[in-house]
Write a protein that binds this ligand. Structure first.
Ligand code: ATP
Ligand code: MG
Length: 261
């Protein structure tokens, strides 16, 4: 393979569970500073693919490399150590701890109990995801969107080189989703993070993607720039209805809410 070393690279990944073949030879390479969308209908295999990349899902065949190091059979923590961070699709906060405590726990796991500056570091992380005013709230008492933002903050604890985000905008309101998307793009642009992103908020995902891949039935069906992706017949036919893209308002006038009394 020519060109710069990929931050993460999957070659011919196959995942078989029982008599079901979930991934049928998926290949993808992504560079530092890229945001790559892995998009497609429910059941296409996106989460399985991400799980295989980060070490959560055992691979039947094929290879995963991170900065040219083969990690196909490496544990999740071994991949974390070389810079892979993961925001899973399923909820993963510590429900009975506050936002601050959730972030502190991960800070201690990553940097050790004796590390100084933990309070300032978690405050900074919470500010990045607009949760600084929710630090004392129990994670079990957060809204769905707030919980998702906490999970993203946690994934950023170790300043990842490769950030795998499985539906980061799920349950997040449109304005916060847009801010989270901006944050992911910023991580790629300013810190060179390689972001892999899956989400059914396709317009938001494509807005920040360098490239997008359509996954269908466990295979890469097409790959292209966002503007190619959204027009591709396979994408329109198998995933998106053409009406998904609403015109963006230009001269937006946002009225005040009428408040009773
Ligand atoms: N451990 C497993 N054993 C058997 N089948 C599985 C297993 N895990 C996932 N599957 C199946 O593999 C397929 C892909 O699942 P996956 O969760 O990867 O899809 P997805 O593209 O992430 O979907 P969504 O958009 O709904 O999150 C589904 O049909 C699912 O039922
Ligand atoms: Mg999924």
């Amino acid at each position: 393979m020519t060109g710069p070393c990929a931050a993460i690279e999957a070659t011919n990944l196959r995942v078989v569970r029982g008599d079901k073949t979930i991934l049928r030879g998926v290949s993808l390479r992504a560079l530092q500073g890229e945001v790559v969308g892995v998009l497609g209908p429910s059941g296409a295999g996106k989460s399985t693919f991400f799980g295989a990349l980060v070490g959560e899902v055992p691979v039947t065949d094929g290879e995963v490399r991170v900065f040219d190091k083969v990690v196909t059979r490496a544990e999740l923590w071994e991949r974390a150590r070389i810079g892979v961070s993961y925001m899973p699709q399923t909820p993963s906060v510590l429900w009975d701890l506050s936002v601050r405590e959730n972030l502190l726990v991960y800070h201690q796991i990553v940097h050790g109990r004796a590390a100084s500056g933990a309070d300032a570091a978690v405050e900074k992380l919470a500010t990045r995801v607009a949760l600084a005013d929710r630090m004392s709230v129990c994670a079990g008492g957060l809204s769905g969107g707030e919980r998702r933002r906490l999970e993203l903050a946690r994934a950023l604890t170790r300043a990842p080189k490769v950030l795998v985000c499985d539906e980061p905008f799920a349950g997040v309101d449109p304005q916060q989703a847009s801010r989270l998307a901006d944050l992911l793009r910023l991580l790629a642009d300013e810190e060179g993070v390689c972001v892999l992103l899956s989400d059914h908020h396709v317009a938001e995902a494509l807005r920040i993607c360098t490239r997008a891949v359509l996954l269908l039935d466990g295979q890469v069906a097409m790959e292209g720039r966002p503007e190619e992706f959204e027009k591709h017949p396979l994408v329109i036919g198998r995933y998106l209805p053409p009406s998904t893209y609403l015109p963006t308002p230009t001269a937006a006038h946002v009225p005040e809410i009428d408040r009773p009394g």
